[in-house]
Write a new protein. Sequence first.
Length: 285
Amino acid sequence: MQELVESRANPTTTNADVQWGPVIAGALAGTAVASVLMGFAAALGLLVASPSPSWRDTSVWLTLLSGVWMLLVYVFSFGLAGYVAGRMRSPFTGADPNEIEFRDGTHGLLAWALGVIIGALLLWATITAVASTRTGVTAGEAAGASEPAYLAFELDRLFRSDGRPADPNQQASRAEAGRIIRTGLGRRDLAGEDRAYLVRLVAARTGLSPQDAERRVAQVMESARTAAHRARRSGVIVGFMTATALLAGAAAAWLAGLAGGRHRDDKAIPSLSSMTWQSLRASGR
């Protein structure tokens, strides 16, 4: 037992450039903590990038709050990853102190990079699994005859009709109208022939007069344009905050790797096993 304590008190040194064991351990720890904290964010409604159709109407403040939460999560989780990598790394023999600090920070940065890759793979697997659960895809949808999902509410308003029997061709009409509206979102207005055709289509499917159909098309276009603007704004904020959070996580991992290396060399924080062994020895007295 005494030999075990002495071997743990004097860790093995090495001259290896990169020690992948501590890097992998740190990345796994950081990714696990980030997953748990992002799960809390989902429970609190802080994930604005949601499959819910109402996420595009999210306020700017909620989007910013989600970005701040992401920033805190990445700084904490990747800081933990860097610290674990720096603390678990074996000391270098005969190296300059500045070189030792650089390698400790590099191990923390590698733990951050591996954690980002693991997170990206998990996100890709989740998206793939969700996409594969979609059922009932018809041949018309496969041929591009499906309506844009993010315009479903606008298309409902466009073809809303009271007391008119269901039209068996309405799905094709909705898909065609959705493509026309989507084309007009990137412009100030629809092309004249497209607007005239859309008005005739709405009048034929709903029984509205041409004047009422014209007003409905104008209202729906304004609503769709507002929703698209909000979605783009939220997307820009989320993208910017994600990039900022990742960069802050990289800095946290580097600094935490340095801190872990200093604690390892200075033995500033005793390990759990040594504390337990010392406690047992003290109680035996």
